[in-house]
Ligand binder design. Structure first.
Ligand code: ADP
Length: 493
């Protein structure tokens, strides 16, 4: 028998499924997409039935490929978009479309939460303030805006946990995703009865919290029939997308301080921790990791997304590599030109959806190379803003540079010099589905613990030589001063 574990990533634009060998090699993939609904400005929703249809398609395709190649699935692990809310009635039926992580309808609900539980107390207990995207404010919103739907709600599930419920008939969650709800006590890794009571909510609304490698149940016969996967296949709880991606990269809270920095569409710094140490001001997130520990998470909304916008609008048709060469020819500091990368508002550490971007200090002497380099530097400065908040909370030993922007040598050298943290490269590109499949291997008993699995499957990281550039100390101070000076002016109308 050639065993494989299947991992699913229930993303915002689509679902990806892959199969990994016990050694962590990917042998087959399949994907399917679904629409994003925006019924009103600021609202984002998806139909859970669309997720199920995509799951059926992708798992059916994957099962066919595995059978043809002689592989036997031994587990199915889940990961996906965090924070969404699937409201279920007494019969387990979906009550309304699920508001997603990036939905903005909950400002009043967040104020209601922080009126019931003072912000410092909320941060101390749950790791975070009341954040618009989180699940708990969505439930409070439902109570305020759709009282009838709230009265019918017997259970609220996160997206990937709803998928597990559909596949097995059992409801459960796990700490990494549950800590993004807003009602989980981080130290206990279980529901905070006092926070929920202060909001007048029963903890029975939320499912049992099991370990990330825990088995939620066996694959139901009807799903086995439509996908071709074995009935009773253990479905493993898995992890939220960031934690799952980190498991795939081998990031463990047993090696605190070895994290990742992503130059993807958004910029993300993920840093594992042994103990839950929140930023007292709540400027970055603190969540549970999928290995029993914790992690800090900072998200800047436009990282490589800024470069994509810039190339498409101002240099259409020009290859990224060509733009990078022009930027490399400009001196560090872009001769005084600064770029504020807040094209889509910001999350960490300046939580403000209305912030907007800017170039500051433009002169007739500046060329396209200066504009590009300033953009790369500005993104690095905004990630440094996140790292500066993390520094008092954790030791930072090494950051794996990932995402499309990490393909660029010049951007990596800028990031290295600006962050002043050791960077490394990793061969892994599969994202959250890989981590979900790896947690599946633990749930199926192929490995005895998450630690043992990480030991066996963590890819070798290759250190990137450190760059130092004295000009960036002063440029970063100007960036911060620029933010203070024009941040409030450069807001969207
Ligand atoms: P996502 O977060 O959406 O998965 P990716 O991690 O795939 O995005 O990153 C895609 C982005 O990476 C592109 O928008 C572009 O800005 C950047 N990128 C891709 N190739 C290069 C390159 N050779 N040099 C610099 N940046 C690049």
């Amino acid at each position: 028998m050639k065993p494989v574990s299947i991992g699913i990533d229930l993303g915002t634009s689509g679902l990806k499924a892959l199969a990994l060998t016990p050694e962590g090699h990917s042998v087959a993939e399949a994907s399917a997409s679904y629409p994003l609904l925006t019924p009103r400005p600021g609202w984002t929703e998806q139909k859970p039935s669309d997720w199920l249809e995509a799951t059926r398609q992708a798992l059916g395709e994957l099962a066919g490929k595995l059978e043809a190649a002689g592989y036997t699935p031994v587990a199915l692990g889940l990961s996906g978009q965090m924070h969404g809310a699937v409201f279920l009635d007494a019969w387990g039926e979906v009550i309304r479309p699920a508001p997603l992580w990036n939905d903005q309808r909950t400002a009043e609900a967040c104020a209601e939460i922080e009126a019931a539980v003072p912000r410092p107390e909320l941060i101390r207990r749950t790791g975070n303030p009341a954040v618009t995207g989180f699940q708990l404010p969505k439930l409070i919103w439902l109570r305020r805006a759709e009282g009838e739907n709230f009265a019918r709600t017997r259970r609220v599930l996160l997206p990937k946990d709803y998928l597990a419920f559909a596949l097995t008939g059992n409801a459960a969650t796990e700490p990494s995703d549950a800590s993004g709800i807003g009602g989980l006590n981080l130290a206990a890794q279980d529901w905070d009865a006092e926070v929920l009571a202060a909001l007048g909510l029963r903890s029975e609304l939320f499912p049992e919290v099991i370990p990330s490698h825990g088995v939620v149940g066996g694959l139901r016969a009807d799903w086995a029939r439509v996908t071709g996967l074995p009935e009773g296949l253990p479905v493993v709880a898995g992890a939220g997308d960031n934690a799952a991606a980190a498991i795939g990269l081998g990031l463990s809270s047993a090696r605190p301080g070895v994290g990742s920095v992503s130059l993807g569409t958004s910029g993300v710094i993920f840093l594992p921790l042994e103990r839950p140490t929140p930023d007292p001001q709540g400027r970055i997130h603190l969540f549970c990791h999928a290995d029993g520990g914790y992690h800090l998470l900072g998200v800047t909304l436009a990282a490589a997304g800024s470069l994509q916008w810039y190339r498409d609008r101002l240099a259409p048709g020009v290859a990224f590599d060509a733009l990078m060469q022009e930027a490399a020819a400009v001196a560090a500091g872009s001769e005084g030109l600064l770029f504020m990368p807040y094209l889509a508002g910001e999350r960490s550490p300046h939580l403000d959806p209305d912030l907007r971007g800017a170039w500051l200090g433009l002169s007739l002497a500046h060329t396209r190379g200066h504009l590009t380099r300033a953009l790369l530097e500005g993104v690095a400065f905004s990630l440094k803003d996140v790292l500066e908040v993390m520094k008092p909370l954790a030791t930072i030993r090494q950051l794996l540079a990932i995402g499309g922007g990490a393909r660029s040598e010049v951007w990596l050298s800028i990031l290295s010099a600006v962050l002043g943290a050791p960077l490394a490269r990793t061969p892994i590109e599969e994202g959250p589905a890989r981590g979900a499949a790896l947690l599946g291997l633990v749930g199926a008993g192929v490995y005895q613990s998450v630690a043992e699995m990480l030991e066996a499957t963590a890819p070798e990281a290759q250190a990137i030589p450190a760059y130092s550039e004295p000009a960036y100390a002063a440029a970063y101070e100007r960036f911060k001063a620029g933010f203070r000076a024009v941040g409030s002016l450069a807001r969207g109308a």
